[in-house]
Design a protein around this ligand. Structure first.
Ligand code: ADP
Ligand code: ZN
Ligand code: ZN
Length: 753
């Protein structure tokens, strides 16, 4: 025991509870308390880890009710007050408690007091050797699923730590020894845990550093010349070399300030390896551990290591998906948000935050530059540049001299039909001919279709039966290779019936098409083509997406078919043709953001064509070739599209001209959910600020039932963000007192309305 403190000390602590309050504790440990330190405290009948937000010498809590802090984490430095302010802002803005935001943002090892003193323990890590890659899978006994998981994890990750390995297989340690003896794997030094970048991404020498185009140079100069808070929109057409601009701006920053840290966000896990390789190659002079990644695909141990590297400032560059916006980076000096328009930056559960918006806030708080990059900026961001609040940097041309933007051509499906031209299983004649020509020339094609599975509907012609999910108000999707009907909303799965369960008819047939069916069709209409499908189903195993993308880069694929997973950011060098199927469905959606999203998606996927020289071509199959969206797309006219869409939004009083929030409720019945929402709307009316907020009628969600739970929502809208925020804040405690539903949540700035 240390000496008794002269005066009593108290700490205010945030814990991970759905309550927007801090809890007071007496602090009598020998180590000095600090704001930002983690502590172990008794909470109810449990002990939980909390975050010290305040150290004080007074408390309102009566002495008899005060409890003592049990332990403090001294293994790592406290979180900074700036970080706590960031978590506090996110909590406030998105209507949550501070602890609900702060604690889940920390790695598991920090939230478990038993592991505090082992935080920096060096653990053994192993990586797969070429011999292992070749021999190991074949050497495993047929039923050894735990061993297979170990082998898969080794194959999919740069390296695997022992603690993560033990979670997969209790005898991992002995197994690894045996495998190492056979020359299949080897131990790696700590800090050298990652495999070299895929060869196609590594420049073979400094001579290959590209000379910046004039536009790129101007953009870099603007970013590097910025002082203080400086939001930029880097608006560059696909293939214009936005990455190169980030790399140069970061290089200048890191060279100018030996302690600076930078955060680079990408929308998708699958894009991190491409970026990581480019960054490691460019910053080869930095120690390996100076560049770390953060995304949900990392094993727990890796995630903790990388988080600590950022927190302790040994990591200079953090490359991550949206969750990385809450990384602790005490020397953060620049933030980059690539593909800033991507809806993946919005978290859809728990704390429903926008990482892009938090990036702006964080940059402002720290008084640093932030670069948002996109070929099709979100209309929110575009509007900011129109008002002069963000600086617009424009790249109008592709970076590689010979590479032009692809020609976009619309295939009029009605016209094809009228002229009696054959289309096979939804693939129009001109597209099939173009695919064949590419295969003959040894060039790659990409077929994009935003629907996975074989067919969205399996139905009976005789009686009208349609396969549905028993737990959701949704069709069950036919998955042919997996021989299953699957619900994409809840994961329900069943065998494919041989005949109609209602009338016995054996002629039940799939309607519509998904990626699996297109894959099958392509194999038959383009004989000899090597067809590869990339979607959530074909990449379920860890590491498999990376392996498939490597095959594409290596030229082992002729036609790549897939969902939006193939549309984003990838720098495919051999693709010269992009075919788009089934885009029309999004034209007439009742979601006002559907057209913005479609335009972005089609621009992105088109941008995969002709990136390295040989001219690219895009073919979009449609029944509405004269639709304004397609017309803008063929002209590659983002600005025209943005200004007409913004004008529509202004007329219709939609975001970004108003601010929205959504209250969603889930009940045992739809009536319960609607009744809750109506009551919520009634108690909202008298709240401060509410007179400036429009509350719409409660309505069921499009897919009203998921997992036997019924869902409905109420939209709130205001021309004043402050009024909406004030009313929402006052609403929280009232909402919490309402009963009758299973769950409810408030989403601020919802993307799906
Ligand atoms: P974007 O993200 O804008 O779509 P990328 O950053 O992927 O584009 O760049 C497209 C391609 O152009 C990449 O292969 C990149 O290496 C190359 N590139 C970028 N800048 C230059 C340059 N100044 N000179 C030559 N090639 C470049
Ligand atoms: Zn039937
Ligand atoms: Zn379901």
């Amino acid at each position: 025991m240390g000496a008794r403190p002269v005066t009593d000390t108290f700490v205010r602590i945030a814990v991970d509870q759905p309550m927007p309050v801090l809890f007071d504790y007496r602090y009598a440990l020998p180590e000095p308390p600090a704001v930002g330190a983690l502590v172990l405290v008794p909470f109810g009948r449990r002990e939980v880890v909390g975050l010290i937000c305040e150290v004080t010498s007074a408390t309102d809590v009566p002495a008899g009710k005060l409890r003592n802090v049990k332990a403090i984490c001294s293994a790592c430095a406290p979180l900074s007050t700036a970080w706590i302010a960031l978590a506090g802002f996110a909590a406030d803005y998105y209507q949550r408690g501070l602890g609900e935001v702060a604690l889940p943002a920390l790695p598991q090892a920090l939230r478990d007091a038993a592991r505090w003193n082992r935080l920096f323990a060096v653990e053994e890590r192993y990586r797969l050797l070429p011999a292992g890659r070749a021999q190991l899978p074949g050497a495993l006994p047929a039923r050894a699923s735990a061993l297979r998981r170990l082998a898969d994890a080794l194959a999919g990750l740069p390296s695997l730590g022992l603690s993560d390995a033990r979670a997969l297989h209790p005898k991992a340690s002995a197994t690894f020894e045996e495998w190492a003896e056979r020359g299949w794997i080897e131990a790696v030094d700590d800090g050298d845990g990652d495999a070299p970048a895929p060869a196609h991404l590594i420049p073979t020498g400094a001579a290959l550093l590209p000379v910046l185009t004039d536009e790129q140079r101007d953009a870099v100069a603007a970013i590097s010349g910025a002082r203080g808070f400086a939001p930029f929109l880097l608006h560059g057409v696909t293939g214009s070399g936005k990455t190169e601009v980030y790399l140069h701006a970061l290089a200048e920053l890191l060279a100018a300030r030996s302690d600076a840290q930078a955060l680079v966000l990408v929308p998708e896990i699958n894009l991190t390896p491409q970026f990581e390789a480019a960054f490691r190659a460019r910053f080869a002079a930095l120690a390996h551990g100076s560049i770390v990644t953060m995304h949900s695909g990392l094993a727990e141990g890796e995630r903790a290591r990388n988080w600590l590297a950022a927190h302790t400032e040994s990591a200079r560059i953090v490359l991550g998906t949206r969750l990385a916006i809450l990384a602790s980076m005490p020397r953060l000096a620049m933030i980059v948000v690539d593909e800033e328009h991507d809806p993946a930056y919005k978290q859809q559960e728990g704390l429903r935050y926008s990482a892009r918006d938090l990036a702006i806030w964080r940059a402002k708080q720290l008084d640093i530059p932030v670069v948002l990059g996109s070929a099709t900026p979100s209309l929110e961001t575009w509007w900011q540049t129109e008002q002069g609040r963000y600086t617009r940097l424009t790249l109008t041309r592709r970076a590689i001299a010979e590479a032009a933007l692809p020609a976009v051509r619309l295939i009029d499906l009605e016209e094809e039909r009228r002229r009696g031209r054959a289309s096979v299983e939804g693939l129009a004649g001109p597209l099939i001919a173009a695919l064949k020509a590419r295969v003959e020339r040894g060039e790659q094609s990409l077929v994009f279709l935003n629907r996975r599975g074989y067919a969205p509907i399996l139905s009976c012609d005789a009686c009208g039966w349609v396969a549905g999910c028993p737990r959701c108000s949704a069709y069950a999707v036919l998955h042919k290779p997996e021989r299953a009907l699957r619900c994409h909303h809840c994961g329900w799965e069943s065998h494919i019936p041989k005949s109609c369960p209602e009338c016995g008819n054996i002629d039940i047939a799939p309607m519509g098409r998904g990626t699996q069916r297109v894959e099958e069709t392509l194999a038959s209409v383009v004989p000899g083509a090597r067809v590869l499908r990339i979607d959530a189903d074909s990449t379920r195993r860890k590491g498999s997406a990376q392996a498939l993308f490597s095959d594409v880069h290596a030229g082992e694929v002729d036609i790549l078919v897939g969902t939006q997973m193939i549309a984003k950011g990838h720098d495919f060098r051999r693709v010269t043709l992009v075919g788009v199927l089934n885009a029309d469905t999004a034209l007439f959606s009742h979601d006002f953001r559907a057209s913005e999203r479609l335009f972005a998606q089609l621009t992105q996927v088109s941008g995969r064509a002709g990136r390295a020289g040989p001219p690219g071509e895009v073919m979009i199959q449609t029944r509405y070739p004269r639709h304004a969206l397609y017309q803008a797309l063929t002209r590659q006219d983002y600005m025209g599209f943005a200004s007409s869409t913004l004008a529509e939004r202004r007329d219709a009083r939609l975001p970004p001209f108003v601010y929205q929030a959504m209250l969603r409720a889930e009940g045992r019945t739809l009536e319960a959910a609607l009744a809750f929402l109506e009551e919520a709307a009634a108690v909202f009316a008298p709240l401060p600020g509410a007179d400036r907020v429009t509350v719409y009628d409660a309505v069921p969600l499009t897919i009203v039932k998921v997992l036997n739970v019924h869902r409905a929502q109420v939209l709130l809208e205001s021309g004043s963000r402050a009024a909406l925020q004030a009313a929402l804040r006052a609403w929280q405690p009232v909402l919490r007192s309402l009963k009758g539903v299973l769950r409810w949540n408030v989403e601020v700035d919802p993307l799906d309305v």
